[in-house]
Design a protein around this ligand. Structure first.
Ligand SMILES: [Zn+2]
Length: 372
């Protein structure tokens, strides 16, 4: 049964290298069930025995430990951001093996997806790998069941059937999800252990959105609208928002907004948040822009902590990730349950690859044919 296979595979992920008898003890499954499921997973190249032997404590068969097979399979991830697409390859432990980033030439959905369909085969060929499938992640509202980007306000996309488009052209399984939901699950699979119980994931880039996950399940809600916080009203902010109001969270704190503010203040010459971050390492005016953003983000973080009460709130935001004073600024207002992403500068690649890895860990016998 698929759920049992998933339980065994996730136990190997968490505890490997680990003896099969230990998996039985940890999962509460019978030794016979673990042995059977392990064999199914091994036939698909997902797990393998490892060389290091756990010392024999009793006479009889040695307990040969088993682990995730990180050499056999990879997933491909594609992340669509406001200004660029990221392509990545990841192994089954969520390690990024290769990645590249390409600026959009135009942001029309058909053009971006066509470019992805052209680029992915070349990217795979350059790295000499055939992935189990492709995960596509982006911000905004995503319907993972149909693989549709329902609304991406910054790109101006509506009802873009990305799964169907790419699935037809690439001939591989394609899964589509919101980058925040994918990252919340990635933390549960590969990241901070406290997130296993409950986590709120807050993404602040050009898109601002959140995801909520408890006990290995991400909450999407009707219309997959959970975590939409772009238009959360901030106190003491009058940034105009495309929705017609002022002081909406996304409009006030987006990368583009703070970069444009920094250009207007003469801190940088082009509106690029990465340049602003470089500048912040030695220019206190640039750091002040990030600190101001951190104070605004604190309002959203505090609300999410109060309403959802998670074990941890994981944040993806350039200032908090790279400038300790920004993380301090947020923690001073919200407490120490705020942590930054486990995935550092690989975060967009991990978001994308994890869309597919979530499927592999959720239904491990489904995607792969038995090898013998
Ligand atoms: Zn708004």
């Amino acid at each position: 049964m698929s759920r049992t296979a998933s339980t065994v595979l996730r136990s190997v992920l968490d505890h490997g290298p680990v003896a099969r008898s230990t998996i039985a003890r940890l999962t509460g499954l019978s030794a016979a069930t673990v042995t059977k499921q392990y064999a199914e997973l091994a036939r698909r190249g997902l797990v393998r025995e490892v060389d290091t032997r756990i010392p024999r404590v009793t006479l009889g068969r040695p307990h040969v430990p088993v682990d995730i097979d990180v050499d056999r399979h990879v997933v491909c991830g594609v992340h669509i951001a406001y200004g660029h697409t990221t392509f990545a390859l990841m192994n089954l432990r969520g390690t990024v093996l290769a990645q590249e980033r390409e600026p959009h030439r135009t942001t029309a959905p058909e053009a971006v997806l066509t470019r992805i369909a052209d680029r992915v085969p070349a990217f795979l060929k350059e790295n000499d790998r055939t992935p189990v499938g492709i995960g596509l992640a982006t911000g905004g509202r995503i319907d993972p069941d149909s693989g549709t980007i329902v609304e991406h306000s910054q790109l101006g996309w509506r009802h873009v059937g990305a799964k169907r488009f790419l699935g037809e052209r690439l001939g591989l399984p394609v899964h589509v999800d919101s980058h925040s939901r994918a990252l919340a699950r990635a933390e549960q699979l590969f990241g901070d252990e406290r997130t296993r119980v409950s986590v709120v994931h807050l993404f602040v880039g050009n898109v601002v959105d959140a995801a909520i996950a408890t006990n290995g399940t991400v909450h999407s809600g009707p219309g997959a609208r959970a975590g939409e916080i772009a238009h959360l009203a901030l106190q003491d902010d009058n940034t105009p928002c495309p929705c017609g109001r002022t002081g909406c969270l996304q409009a006030a704190v987006a990368d583009r907004t703070i970069a444009e503010r920094a250009v207007a203040a003469g801190i940088i010459d082009v509106p690029d948040v990465r340049r602003l971050l470089d500048k912040a390492r030695h220019d206190p005016r640039a750091r002040a822009v990030f600190r101001q953003r951190a104070r605004k983000i604190s309002q959203a973080a505090k609300l999410l902590l109060d309403v959802i009460n998670p074990e941890v709130l994981v944040i993806v935001e350039a200032g908090a990730m790279h400038l300790p004073e920004c993380l301090d600024e947020i923690r001073a207002r919200t407490g120490d349950r705020i942590v930054t992403t486990s995935f550092g500068s690989d975060v967009l690649s991990v978001a994308a690859g994890s869309v597919m890895l979530n499927e592999v860990y959720g239904h491990p016998l489904y995607f792969l044919k038995s090898q013998n």
